[in-house]
Design a binder for this molecule. Structure first.
Ligand SMILES: Cc1cc2nc3c(=O)[nH]c(=O)nc-3n(C[C@H](O)[C@H](O)[C@H](O)COP(=O)(O)OP(=O)(O)OC[C@H]3O[C@@H](n4cnc5c(N)ncnc54)[C@H](O)[C@@H]3O)c2cc1C
Length: 319
């Protein structure tokens, strides 16, 4: 019986693990992989205190920090969560693990384009996060795949850095908000390429371009590029928490300010939650909060005083 099982091997999961273990809790992390979405990026340049670093290297260092405090990690996919007799049973690859509390940190995944070459070149010129990667494309030629607000937003952001931004569209219209489309098309270095479909992502070690088809003429041609930003939104797979904790209409876990969910004893952190902004440092912070709230919950369950901390002793300064 563990004090807490954390589901997810990304930045939220290992940050939560570190904070739980430093409070003396027995922690098991079950994760399909090590790194999560951070593995999809060339470099993370905005994690405070860390020099530009590969995503896998960053998460591996948080994992090592957590393991130094006794955290156990098993690479496995959780398929079921069950609550019975005040304990949670988690099933992964047919094996069952028990804990007094859970932290859900299973993240999300970007929606794929689904064309040949995409999987091979993810993180090597094929990106899914303009907010994260746009500054990496200074003076480069990039293309945006997507038609909605996030695609237009990505084009606007990339226009600040890239030499040239192509917005590829199957029609001659974008479904983004008109004001965003207007702002985007006003940029001198942004060009809307209508009636095209991406057939293939080209390149060996890195993306070198796209194989396109003109949907009006049927003509095939190659577009040389430095990067492609796939801006089709994200998918959260909350199958394991359905009917256990409350989810929003996008199946994100609804959390309170202390990262607690609708079911006592279950906390959630990172991109899987309904918090509006999603970044590595935000997930790390949510992981830390979830861990402290979880510790407080476990202490109170044992009839002990909950989390006592100096920050509850704040006194107003008289003016
Ligand atoms: C291309 C790209 C570039 C990015 N660049 C940056 C950047 O430069 N800076 C920045 O701050 N942010 C960046 N981000 C965002 C950042 O990576 C995410 O906000 C962050 O990784 C989310 O962490 P997380 O732990 O909440 O979720 P995730 O990283 O999604 O991790 C979730 C983990 O849970 C595992 N999991 C899922 N389901 C299960 C299950 N059933 N059982 C067991 N394990 C499961 C997954 O395999 C994964 O290990 C980028 C994102 C992308 C896609």
């Amino acid at each position: 019986m563990f004090d807490v099982i954390i589901i997810g091997g990304g930045v939220a999961g290992f940050s939560a693990a570190l904070f739980c273990a430093r409070r003396g809790l027995g922690v098991l992390v079950l994760g399909k992989d090590i790194g999560g979405q951070a593995n999809f990026t060339d470099q993370i340049e905005n994690f405070p205190g860390a020099a530009p670093i590969g995503g896998f290297a960053l998460i591996s260092s948080i994992k090592a920090q957590a393991e130094a405090y006794g955290v156990k990690f098993i690479q496995a996919e959780v398929s079921k969560i069950k609550l019975a007799a005040q304990a949670f049973t988690v099933t992964a690859y047919g094996k069952q693990y028990k804990a007094k509390s859970l932290i859900l940190a299973y993240g999300k995944t970007p929606r794929d384009l689904g064309v040949p070459g995409e999987n091979e070149l993810k993180g090597r010129g094929v990106s899914y996060c303009a907010n994260c990667d746009a500054p990496l494309y200074k003076n480069k030629i990039v293309a945006i795949a997507g038609l909605g607000d996030i695609a237009a937003d990505a084009a606007l952001l990339c226009s600040k850095f890239a030499k040239k931004v192509y917005v590829l569209s199957k029609t001659d219209k974008l479904i983004a908000h008109p004001s965003l489309v207007k702002a985007m098309l006003r940029k001198k270095n942004v060009t809307l390429v209508p009636f095209v479909q991406i057939q293939q992502i080209l390149g060996e070690q890195r993306l070198s371009g796209l194989g396109l088809i003109n949907l009006k003429t049927g003509q095939h041609y190659d577009l040389p590029l430095d990067a492609l930003l796939v801006e089709l939104g994200y998918v959260v797979d909350s199958q394991i928490s359905k009917n256990i904790v409350k989810l929003d209409e996008q199946e994100q876990i609804i959390v309170a300010s202390d990262q607690s969910t609708s079911l006592p004893g279950i906390f959630a952190a990172g991109d899987a939650t309904n918090r509006i902004y999603k970044q590595a440092v935000i997930s790390a912070g949510e992981g830390a909060t979830a861990a402290l709230a979880c510790f407080d919950y476990l202490m109170r369950q044992q009839g002990k005083h909950g989390l006592t901390s100096d920050w509850t002793q704040i006194k107003r300064v008289k003016s």
